[in-house]
Design a protein around this ligand. Sequence first.
Ligand code: UDP
Length: 447
Amino acid sequence: MRPHVVLFASPGMGHLIPMTELARMLASPHRNFAVTIITKAPTLSSSGNDKESFRSSLPSSVNAVFLPTTDPYDNSFTQVFLSALSSLPFLRETIRSLKSSTRVVALIADFLSVDTSDVARELDVPFFVFGPFNLMALSFLLHSPAIDRETTMEFHDMPVIKFPGWCTEIHGIDLGATYQDRKSESYRLSLHMANQILKADGILCNSFYELEPGLASILKDKDPNHPPVYTIGPLVRSVPNQQVDSSGSIDWLNNRPNGSVLFVSFGSEGILSSEQISELAWGLELSRQHFLWVIRSPNKSSMTKLLPEGFIERNTTGLVVQSWAPQTEILGHKSTGGFLTHCGWNSVLESIMNAVPMIAWPLFAEQRINAKMLVNGIGVALRPEVQDGSVVPRDVIARVVKELMQGEGGRDARKKMLEVKAAGAKALSEDGSSFKKFSEWKKSIVI
Ligand code: UDP
């Protein structure tokens, strides 16, 4: 009987997209797993990601099961945890029922749904965590309970944080909001999450050896202090979006010169202040580069109100799109030459796999860690020089955009990107590092 893997994905496109790719990988002919993916129905209506289009995007051997929930969409850190907890009875019944007719060999949940491990243990199913992040973010998570025990200092007061294998140092402020107040509920949950991850049977991480060789070497060794870590990435959306491109982005790109367009997007959740949106608009205009900018807003007229007066009419070099655009197709388009990104890990990997150099503009979660790694550690991104927390002014934006698209900094980052892309593709190929790690993981569960 084919081994069956159950995936549990937290809501939010940043979790669902890589989990879907993991499902696709597991179900591929030479891996040959039966797969059930359990999740909340996708709710980003502007992306066309509803239940049916989600189902139809999956290979036929992957079964999608939607949680019976009517909760309003809330992707906050705390809410996602609570939502996983309230899903446990449903998960228990689903796995029980699958076990009665199939051979369930693993439950893989993303890092925010780690409490599903209780059900796995109860039903005697090996439990794995999927981290849609890099090894540096994972390494911090694994160290966090020890830091909590060993110091009472607030993270933002720590001058420098660097663990063995890290390609660069960070500051406490780079850790994101959950770590900025040790008395907060989100901090308590972060620690709980880390402790649960430490008890898992293994961690599948969406990174690859060649991207983080220092950490990959350290984490690969059998270490009693943490579960085995399998770097199986880069998992990025591999099939073209089935939806018609209502944003008009691809048609617009078709008429631009090769490598001339800067793609600007802050992911599925990122929002800038209205003051920052205005400065960004001015900065893009001053840079005189082609740009394609996705702005999250409920409708077109509210989006237009966020922009400086006359911006849309005046600008002949850019296209502004409301809320959602086919990102992987845009990054893979020959006209795209740069990506101004919030450094969400999926966006970063998609940029890498299309060899598009970046401007790092982190907003929340582990994105500042990613930015440091991309700019200081790997050298595939530039970053505007600004005071932390302040609005990035238009002249700084114009300068960094020009530098990425026309300057020496951009040329160096592009060159490095080509190397990293090649390494990523090699990692996934037969006998590549991620291919081998996946086989190791498979051996650990399928007897
Ligand atoms: N995405 C997209 N179109 C958009 C915005 C986002 O296709 O207009 C996709 C993007 O390609 C990526 C995911 O949504 O796969 C966002 O994940 P990421 O980790 O980059 O950021 P998050 O949204 O989780 O902050």
